[in-house]
Design a protein around this ligand. Structure first.
Ligand code: AMP
Length: 293
C-alpha cells in the first residue's frame, strides 16, 4: 500500500493508474475507521482495479465549538485496517496541503438550500465544507467512482447532486448503513458514549423502524409521524437531547408539511452528552407502496 501526502503525489499516482487503463475507486473518510468505512472499502475493492482511501479530518466542515480538535484519530490503526482490506493508496493530506491559501481562500462549493435543512439547520457551513472538500478530493484523485454511506444521508444526497449538477466525471455510489447488532449505526463518535448513553443510543434506530411500520400500516401524516419519533426518543432515551427530527423530500431535502406521498428521508439527530449522533431511513413509493432503505 502506498501512502501519499501531497496533492501532486496523489495526482501523479492516479494519472499513472489511469494511463494503465485502471479504474479508480475513492473512499473519502475522516479516519478512525470502523466496519461502516470498511464496507465502503470492500465495495470499492470489488468494483475497481485501484482503491484510494483518503483520511482527512476536514476543518471546514466543523463549526466553532464543534469537536474538530477532539475528533478521534488513530492513523496507525487506520493504516493497518486499510492495508488488511485491500486499499492500494492511502491519501493523508495535511490541512495546509488541502487549503494552501489558508484563511484567505475565497471559493466554496455552496449546496444552496440542500444544506439549510436537517443537520444543516443546526450546523451552518457544515455541508459547504463537505461539498468543497469532496470536490477537491475528486479533482485530486480523479476517481471513476466514489463511495459514501447512507448513514450520512444528507451528505450523500448533496454529493450525488453536486456530481450530477456540476458534471463531475465520478460516479457517486451510496451504500447501506452498517449497524451494531442492537441497531446503533456505526460511527467514529460512538467511542465517546458513556455506558448509559450507549445503552439508549439504539433508540434512534428503533423509532425510525417504528415510523416505517406506521407508514406501512397507512399513516401518511408527517407531523404525526415526527411527533411519534420524538415521543419515542423522549420515553426510551431520557439521556438524549433531540436536535432534529424531520421528514424531508429526497429531492430538495425540504421538510414535508402535511401528507407523505413521495420519496422522503426520515432523519434524526440527537446529542448524548456532547456527542451528536445521526440516523435516517429513506422511503420510496413504488406504485403507491412504500419501500424502505
Ligand atoms: P466519516 O469518516 O464519518 O466522514 O465517514 C466516511 C464515510 O463513511 C461517509 O461516506 C459515511 O457516510 C460513511 N459511513 C460512516 N458510518 C457509516 C456506517 N455506519 N455505515 C455505512 N457507511 C458509513
Amino acid at each position: 500500500m502506498k501512502e501519499l501526502v501531497t496533492a501532486d503525489e496523489m495526482r501523479q499516482s492516479s494519472r499513472a493508474e489511469r494511463c494503465a487503463g485502471h479504474r479508480i475507486g475513492l473512499v473519502p473518510t475522516l479516519g478512525f475507521l470502523h466496519e461502516g468505512h470498511l464496507s465502503l472499502i470492500r465495495a470499492a475493492r470489488a468494483e475497481n482495479d485501484v482503491v484510494v482511501l483518503s483520511v482527512f479530518v476536514n476543518p471546514t466542515q466543523f463549526g466553532p465549538g464543534e469537536d474538530f480538535d477532539a475528533y478521534p484519530r488513530d492513523l496507525d490503526r487506520d493504516r493497518m485496517l486499510a492495508r488488511d482490506n485491500g486499499v492500494d493508496a492511502l491519501f493523508v493530506p495535511t490541512v495546509e496541503e488541502m487549503y494552501p491559501d489558508g484563511a484567505s481562500r475565497q471559493l466554496w462549493l455552496d449546496p444552496g438550500k440542500l444544506a439549510n435543512s436537517l443537520c444543516g439547520a443546526s450546523r451552518p457551513g457544515h455541508f459547504r465544507g463537505v461539498a468543497t472538500v469532496v470536490a477537491k478530493l475528486l479533482n485530486i484523485v480523479q476517481a471513476d467512482s466514489a463511495y459514501f454511506g447512507q448513514k450520512d444521508g444528507q451528505q450523500a444526497v448533496i454529493v450525488s447532486r453536486m456530481a450530477r449538477e456540476l458534471a463531475f466525471p465520478s460516479e457517486i455510489r451510496v451504500l447501506p448503513t452498517i449497524r451494531e447488532p442492537d441497531g446503533l449505526a456505526l460511527s467514529s463518535r460512538n467511542a465517546f458514549l458513556r455506558p448509559g448513553e450507549r445503552e439508549q443510543a439504539p433508540t434512534l434506530h428503533r423509532v425510525l423502524l417504528e415510523a416505517c411500520r406506521n407508514i406501512e400500516a397507512g399513516e401518511r401524516n408527517v407531523q404525526t409521524l415526527e411527533r411519534g419519533m420524538r415521543t419515542g426518543i423522549e420515553r426510551a432515551a431520557p439521556l438524549a437531547r433531540i436536535d432534529d427530527v424531520t421528514i424531508a423530500d429526497l429531492l430538495w431535502l425540504q421538510p414535508i408539511i402535511g401528507a407523505l406521498g413521495s420519496d422522503a428521508i426520515l432523519a434524526i439527530a440527537a446529542f448524548f452528552g456532547s456527542t451528536r449522533l445521526i440516523d435516517n431511513v429513506q422511503v420510496r413509493f413504488r406504485d403507491g407502496k412504500p419501500e424502505f432503505s
